[in-house]
Ligand binder design. Structure first.
Ligand code: RIB
Length: 291
């Protein structure tokens, strides 16, 4: 079983602030750090750190070759990465005193995927393989449909959530992984977690739903199963990439045929370690420290 991640790659500019900037306000930051990130890249790094092989299909600007070198160091396969003329995507991330973040992204190279590029990548994958995808690149409906035609198992994390997601072919998705705000938007603003799960399962009856709730834990449910997992109690300094860590670890564990409740527990432990460090991909722990 191979894991393919069609995903974004960003340069993250991380600013430490007391409070997030408000409309009309100008604020000073106490520090600026730059990292490589992007929900796609972070999730590939998390899969690799969890001990699984992952193929990352992503675009970067021709001048940013160092990103490929970093990915190789993290054991992410870069055979399906492309150099493009567009600038590499970037994110402006504010991290406040409580370790919460607020993010603006500029898609750049993440938004210039072409149909022939998608076809070329998918040619090497089949019904035994997994496709992971987030919502930071273009052509998502096409990728989902083409991967499904090849019989792949599809994991979709609609982050960041946009109104277009409601028009995506979500019934083709095997595992829908959402956080609280994404889940609410997909379920017409239902508040109660079990009601959200019930609503999503009613709409997408063949889809397993994984709801990640940060410090409130996680819930997994499909037709026959329902599991809740508590989060670990830690001193969070930066929540960036915590969700990505959870997702990468969950998929890696599932691909190794671990029980769902163990996948949730391990993913939750990995995410709780991630939030104790600053940065995105760089704060994703290796499995030696998790399992
Ligand atoms: O999930 C965190 C990621 O979101 C950051 O690395 C940033 O690039 C944005 O895509």
């Amino acid at each position: 079983m191979k894991i393919l991640n069609f995903g974004s790659i960003n340069k993250d500019y991380v600013y430490s602030v007391n409070e997030f900037v408000s409309p009309g306000e100008t604020i000073q930051t106490s520090s600026l750090k730059t990292f490589i990130g992007g929900k796609g890249l972070n999730q590939s790094v998390a899969i690799a750190q969890a001990g699984s092989e992952v193929f990352h299909a992503g675009n970067i600007n021709i001048k940013d070759d160092y990103i490929k070198k970093e990915l190789i160091k993290w054991n992410v396969n870069i055979d399906y990465m492309e150099d493009v003329d567009e600038s590499t995507g970037h994110a402006i991330i504010q991290v406040n005193r409580s370790g919460e973040n607020s993010i603006i992204i500029h898609g750049g190279a993440n938004r210039v995927f072409e149909s022939d590029q998608i076809d070329k990548v998918l040619e090497d994958f089949n019904q035994e393989d997994i496709l992971l995808i987030q919502n930071e690149i273009n052509k998502i409906p096409e990728i989902i449909e083409k991967a499904k035609n090849r019989g792949m198992t599809i994991f979709f994390n609609p982050a960041p959530m946009t109104k277009e997601v409601l028009k995506y072919p979500l019934s083709l998705v095997d595992y829908l992984i959402v956080n609280e705000s994404e889940a609410k938007k997909l379920s017409k603003n239902k508040i109660d977690f079990d009601e959200i799960i019930f609503d999503l399962k009613r709409k997408y009856s063949n889809t397993s739903v994984l709801l990640t709730l940060g410090e409130k834990g996680s819930i997994y449910s499909n037709r026959n199963e329902y599991f809740k997992c508590e989060a670990m109690n830690v001193n969070a300094v930066d929540s960036t990439a915590a969700g990505d860590t959870f997702i990468g670890y969950f998929i890696s564990c599932l691909s190794k045929k671990k029980e769902i409740k163990d996948c949730l527990l391990i993913a939750s432990k990995a995410a709780s370690i991630c939030v104790t460090k600053k940065g995105g991909a760089i704060s994703i722990p290796n499995h030696k420290f998790v399992i």
